[in-house]
Design a protein around this ligand. Sequence first.
Ligand code: C2O
Length: 546
Amino acid sequence: AKTQEHEFVIQATPVKRLCSTHSTITVNGQFPGPTLEVNNGDTLVVKVTNKARYNVTIHWHGIRQMRTGWADGPEFVTQCPIRPGESYTYRFTIQGQEGTLWWHAHSSWLRATVYGALIIHPREGEAYPFPKPKRETPILLGEWWDANPIDVLRQATQTGAAPNISDAYTINGQPGDLYKCSSQDTTVVPIDSGETNLLRVINAAPNQPLFFTVANHKLTVVGADASYLKPFTTSVIMLGPGQTTDVLIQGDQPPTRYYVAARAYQSAQNAPFDNTTTTAILEYKSAPCPAKGVSIKPLMPSLPAYNDTNTVTAFSKSFRSPRKVEVPAEIDDNLFFTIGLGLNNCPPNFSPNQCQGPNGTRFTASMNNVSFVLPNNVSILQAHHLGVQGVFTTDFPTQPPLQFDYTGNVSRSLWQPVPGTKVTKLKFGSRVQIVLQDTSIVTPENHPIHLHGYDFYIVAEGFGNFDPKKDTSKFNLVDPPMRNTVAVPVKGWAVIRFVADNPGAWIMHCHLDVHIGWGLATVLLVDNGVGLLQSIEPPPEDLPLC
Ligand code: C2O
């Protein structure tokens, strides 16, 4: 195993998209940012220097960070932000993970443009558990706003309304042929004729689950979130924000040009969304070049309807681990978290234009009716480590406030969550089950729930109200898929299991950025009870202070 060193400079860079040039926050002037490629077992050392005018942190999405919680990155959870002019060096080792992950800013809405792929190859000398692809290409799906994304967020927080929808989706930073002023720069995805090719698809869009497909080609899914899967073949995949999917594609079609395309899976009802389609061009490298000036129009694939939940369900039901896995059979901590939106009444000191949500309210969101508030003068991990009192409380409810019908008739008392910085303490080594239940309050929605510091098994998913009596018998404890982000079915639930074997403070949140801002998050604090420094490495000397 080797150690790789990188430098990330966060800076404002002019980026031209959709006919105009925007000052965009980038890493090293690149949008999307640099792809990091490592082998399982390697150590990454990334020095991040902030030359922008916003606070920033970088999160290594899906990296387990065993004993290195100080390098995880979410602001005010494991570190204070890196202020303009300052630097922080992230140091961590990849232990046992292989496949596609990514990195992104974990501060305000900077991740709309500050993100890149993190590819983990097998250990040197080891092979993939599938035919070796001739060519590998990362595909980063994103969302583009003509406005500065920070201003989009600011406007939403100031008015209490939903943020403006994006102006385009992107593939590797480019909207593609179907958008104005974009066709010149459409992303090209090369494949080799007669060969196996690997596409590493990442949903980096801040606020939108996306369907992804390639015209005339089958996709063989072999991994997701840096865990291998039992291969299965499909024509379309769906990724919630944060999720990754590795697909093999055979160069078995006539060697012309085909579109690769993505557009919204929009499970929220009556909510406005960006219904445009982003495309890239799949190009056979072995094909004779078309004569100059001759343009061959690529073939357009068909994509599911924006509200096609049946396709999403069939897709996620196909996920299996490649072999029998060790799922905790007995459970020590059995938790039940509701996830959903809410509407807060307009506070008396607010003016009407600060309350532009439905009927003069402000949007909010919660887990178990607690709307998560980040601390602002110290991180939760620092506070825990130093014993600073008054930063958080450990009384997060591990069960919902009351049993109710989550299919749409939700008691009004649960529409107004209570703000708080409440965490759940878990004993090191505890076998944990969490039921995640969509409340359908305000609107039912497919929430991508991401847990830092862990991969978990998704043992079951379903619609309606989770019923322990009849649903427990359906759990897959043999070969469930392992992931770090679960797309909880709209109007439904998902059950995850893991062993709390990684001490630290780990945020669990909806990966729709707007929902984190509204409080759809909580923190799991895992401690072996003998003091944090016995369990994790000491904080790095350059750890930013607030
Ligand atoms: Cu990719 Cu906390 O997120």
